[in-house]
Design a protein around this ligand. Structure first.
Ligand code: PLP
Length: 492
């Protein structure tokens, strides 16, 4: 299986290991597979008998053809082991007759990013060997919370990789800051910067664009790499859990083979829902992909009108991981429906005007598979409370956005197919807003609301978030935003 860039009409192709090492194509396009491999009925049935790591290795082996099945199985077995995902990697939880929650947050940082970031570092480590790379990969991450911690946990103690995370000193939640400051591992470094998230992000971008710095790093035996969500190595592992969820529905006897299901995904960068679309293209019986947004509803408007327009107010919501106005992975969907030439043109327009409108035929193709809904803050809180009170299901704020959108779709369409809702974070990760949605009261500030939520609901705090305050602080450095490169050199 070869890959090429979404913006390259000449279709210069690359192997999967190269694509994982490189991250972004040199024309700034995203890497996509030359074709989508299929999955047959017999294959799906045989996966039903298998464990999650086996399912993952099998599906990944169709896309990462320059990795052997044994390599993938070994990596998946370690990535999705019981220690990292107690009770299983992607359990499917029935909420009511129509709606199932696919819980993707049972990993080491309690958010769905773990599903990709536990496996991708292992794939990168092998990619370095496969591409004959002699240097160590230095991963630089600017984070507003979730990605940084998930990347640290994924890359810690991985061979031939070092990772350095920068976060804005006052721009992450108390829980998130503690999660990063108490990070362990021999190849990790965490630094707070005086500034906001954009300062951290710009600082990292500046280093990536600095040829002198790159030369100096290379002399020291390092190449720069990123853990960004546009890397195919992060997307491919996400295809697996949609197939796995279908197997689990079959195994429970809740559907018969061939029954179609709908999938609803709380969306930010369009990575997770795009993975579901790939699963559908492979042949998994999915009817509609319901794209759920929060008040930053740029995707809802795009799916309804065909116009993507990022010129709008940015809202800070209680589902911060979806507070995004440029959904990078949408470029991959454009490529699949419109081809490289048009995709490059749309992306250019987005860059210059902040908006573009797709042709009518393209919109029709997208409409066949996708439908967009959004939930505002009031609806998100009301849905969270309703699902807790009516079904005893405790969802986080991001998942609640999707639950609200799934219900809107049900009411509008009368479609009775089962809806699998991707549940992307533990309710404890956003405990303060979850607590407030249910009780209409503020939780006590000093505990980060974790204990309040636990007492209120009689549930246990998700394991990675327990005793956070008692853990040893390993990283407490706060630096000036102009000193990021100096700090990188010091870390080498
Ligand atoms: C990253 C994230 C999302 C958005 O996923 P995309 O792949 O960017 O669409 C949703 N919920 C949570 C909790 C996240 O961390």
């Amino acid at each position: 299986m070869k890959y090429y860039s979404t913006r390259d009409v000449s279709r210069k192709s690359f192997d999967s290991a190269y694509v994982i090492k490189k991250g972004l194509a040199s024309d700034s396009g995203l890497f996509v597979p030359e074709s989508v491999p299929s999955i047959t009925k017999d294959e799906i049935l045989s996966l039903c008998e298998k464990t999650y790591p086996e399912r993952a290795a099998y599906v990944l082996s169709k896309f990462l053809t320059d990795y052997t099945y044994d390599e993938l199985l070994s990596d998946c077995t370690q990535a999705y082991c019981e220690d990292s995902f107690p009770g299983g990697a992607a359990p499917l939880n029935k909420i009511n007759d129509n709606i199932y929650s696919l819980e993707l947050w049972h990993g080491p940082t309690a958010a769905f990013k773990d599903m990709a970031l536990q496996i991708m570092p292992r794939l990168l480590s092998r990619a370095l060997v496969k591409t004959g790379e002699e240097n160590t990969a230095l991963i630089l991450v600017a984070t507003s919370g979730d990605t940084g911690k998930a990347a640290l946990e994924g890359y810690k103690d991985v061979d031939r990789v070092k990772i350095m995370v920068f976060y804005p000193v006052d721009g992450v939640s108390k829980v998130q800051k503690l999660q990063m400051a108490t990070q362990t591992g021999s190849n990790v470094n965490v630094c707070a910067i005086k500034g906001n998230f954009d300062d951290a992000q710009n600082g990292v971008k500046k280093i990536f664009a600095d040829d002198t710095a790159k030369e100096k790093l290379l002399e020291g035996g390092y190449i720069l790499s990123s853990a960004n969500s546009i890397n195919w190595g992060r997307l491919a592992p996400q295809i697996v859990y949609y197939i796995s969820a279908y197997c689990d529905l079959l195994a429970k006897g809740d559907i018969k083979f061939g029954d179609t299901i709908n999938v609803c995904v709380p969306t930010g960068n369009f990575g997770n829902i795009f993975a579901a679309y790939i699963a559908k293209l492979m042949g998994l019986p999915i009817e509609k992909l319901i794209c759920a947004s929060n008040a930053n509803n740029v995707l809802t408007d795009f799916l309804r009108t065909g116009t993507y327009d990022r010129n709008r107010d940015f809202h800070l919501t209680m589902s911060p991981s979806m507070d995004i106005l440029i959904s990078s992975n949408l470029e991959r969907l454009l490529f699949f429906t419109a081809g490289a030439e048009k995709t490059a043109a749309y992306m250019k327009q987005l860059n210059t005007d902040g908006k573009y409108t797709v042709d009518n035929e393209i919109k029709k193709l997208i409409d066949k598979n996708f439908i967009g809904y959004f939930a505002d803050e009031v609806e998100t809180a009301a849905t969270l409370s309703e699902f807790y009170n009516d079904y005893g299901y405790l969802a986080d704020t991001h998942t609640s956005v999707a639950l609200s959108c799934a219900q809107k779709y049900l009411n509008d369409s009368g479609d009775t197919r089962k809806i699998v809702v991707a549940s992307t974070a533990s309710p404890y990760k956003f405990a303060a807003d979850v607590y407030k949605s249910i009780t209409s009261k503020d939780a006590s500030a000093d505990t980060g609301a974790l204990d309040d939520l636990s007492i209120l609901t009689g549930t246990e705090i998700t394991y990675p978030l327990r005793n956070l305050a008692q853990r040893k602080i390993n990283f407490d450095k706060v630096i000036d935003k102009d000193d990021m490169l100096t700090e990188v050199y010091r870390f080498m």
